[in-house]
Design a protein around this ligand. Structure first.
Ligand SMILES: Nc1nc2c(ncn2[C@@H]2O[C@H](COP(=O)(O)OP(=O)(O)OP(=O)(O)O)[C@@H](O)[C@H]2O)c(=O)[nH]1
Ligand SMILES: [Mg+2]
Length: 237
């Protein structure tokens, strides 16, 4: 297997839909998922580049692995659930620090998933197929299943993106605009899922090329390197 040219990592709290987003994009389906243990990756061929996309576990017990997965990442997709405000706060409190090991010019995307739950017609009153155990919040326990109410606005994600730039000491002029890098998606319906991944792939290509250029001087081509000059004293005197 060819070594991947670049790495993209999905981070975020458990249950926000990281695995589902990846499966929707890579396998074009929305299967039942189990909470991720450790991490797993997919390989995606994008133009002439081989990109690995890492799905990480949001569960607290695997938190220590996060910075390892982020090492050298060309892009990080920070994912939250639009119906669960705490999941956005967790990105700032728990996950942003994990990206310290990412590439210096790592790109960041902020993704609010499960928009289908707030987009259903009020008359439908459903929970989106029962795929969202326990997390949606937003309502007392009447007899009809309560529809979750949106807890995070797109502007909140934009504000978080600006906090990322501050944390990374990046100038807004030098990075993609917040409006370009904040997405609202549904792994269930597929809404904006292709847009998310393909925008990130396109933007990651120049990062990969820069990473490659920086790596070059460290590569020694033994065949073209002249042998060291012979010294009379040798190495041990
Ligand atoms: N309605 C709805 N449910 C979703 C969506 N995405 C994921 N889910 C459901 O949310 C639950 C958690 O999804 P996962 O993809 O396993 O979440 P995760 O972020 O990978 O969780 P961890 O692996 O524990 O970190 C599952 O029951 C999914 O079916 C979505 O866009 N809409
Ligand atoms: Mg998962």
């Amino acid at each position: 297997m060819r070594k991947p040219d670049g790495k993209i990592v999905l981070l975020g709290d458990m249950n926000v839909g990281k695995t589902s987003l990846l499966q929707r994009y890579m396998e074009r389906r929305f299967p039942d998922t189990v909470s991720t243990v450790g991490g797993a990756f997919y390989l995606k061929q994008w133009r002439s580049f081989n990109i690995s996309i890492w799905d990480t576990a949001g569960r607290e017990q695997f938190h220590g692995l996060g910075s390892m997965y982020c090492r050298g990442a060309a892009a990080v997709i920070l994912t939250y659930d639009v119906n669960h405000a705490q999941s956005l706060l967790e990105l700032e409190d728990r996950f942003l620090g994990l990206t310290d090991t990412a590439s210096a010019d790592c790109l960041f995307a902020v993704v609010g998933n499960k928009v289908d739950l707030i987009e259903e017609a009020p008359g439908e009153g459903g929970q989106g197929g029962g795929h969202d155990p326990g997390q949606a919040g937003g309502g007392g326990g009447g007899s009809p299943a309560p529809r979750p109410s949106r807890q995070v606005q797109l502007e909140d994600a934009v504000a978080f993106y600006k906090k990322i730039l501050k944390y990374k000491m990046l100038d807004e002029k030098d990075v993609p605009a917040a409006e370009q890098m904040c997405f609202e998606t549904s792994a269930k319906t597929g809404k904006n899922v292709d847009l998310l991944f393909e925008t990130v792939f396109d933007m990651v290509v120049p990062v990969i090329l820069r990473q490659r250029a920086q790596a070059l001087p460290q590569t020694v081509d033994i065949a073209s390197t002249p042998p060291p000059a012979q010294t009379r004293s040798g190495c041990c005197s």
